[in-house]
Design a protein around this ligand. Structure first.
Ligand code: ZN
Length: 183
């Protein structure tokens, strides 16, 4: 393993030790997240969900600049693809969103570390009801991402997922270029 990759791994392990559910978002951000989820439900194929959604540049007040970056990931509805259960090969059904940002919950979004401001990843629960026994996956879990490699491979997903954390591609490039400077 090269020194650069080793340092990158150490850094990722360090940020992975943070509790990803400590979101520290306020009521305004919670309303904003809910509004985006409602917008997705109304029109899931909108191109506005193709990439990370930046805070509004023109808002009702200057505080809108402080709203979080959001990435919504539901390939079943956004790209119209059928995603099969990795275990049973049965078509998965899209369920609830993990959109809870006001309190600690299993439905908290995951955080992707990025330059300047982190990104909240709003995933969806994908449910398999094979033989009446329901079980579920998060839409950006490793098992699901491996089930849709044709989407993963053409830059539809701008994040790199790790066991307990995630980074944007830009953050990874910055880390690698920084380690190059110091080594
Ligand atoms: Zn299954």
């Amino acid at each position: 393993m090269s020194k650069r990759v080793f340092i990158l791994c150490l850094y990722i392990l360090q940020i992975s030790s943070f509790d990803a559910v400590q979101l520290h978002v306020d009521k305004r951000a919670a309303i904003y997240v809910k509004k985006l989820v409602d917008k997705f439900k109304e029109n899931p194929v909108s191109r506005s969900f193709d990439n990370i959604i930046l805070p509004p540049r023109i808002g009702e007040s200057v505080e809108d600049f402080l709203l979080p970056k959001i990435f919504m990931w539901c390939p079943i509805y956004h790209y119209g693809v059928e995603v099969m259960c990795p275990e049973h090969g049965y078509a998965l059904r899209a369920g609830s969103f993990n959109e809870e940002v006001e309190k600690k919950s299993p439905r908290n979004p995951r955080i992707a570390y990025d330059i300047g401001q982190n990104v909240l990843i709003i995933q969806r629960h994908y449910i398999c009801c094979h033989k009446g026994m329901s079980h579920r996956y998060l839409s950006a879990s490793g098992a699901i991402m491996e089930s849709i490699p044709h989407l993963y491979g053409i830059d539809c997903f701008p994040l790199v997922m790790f066991h307990r954390s995630a980074c944007t591609g830009d953050a990874i490039i910055l880390l690698l270029s920084s380690s190059k400077i110091f080594l």
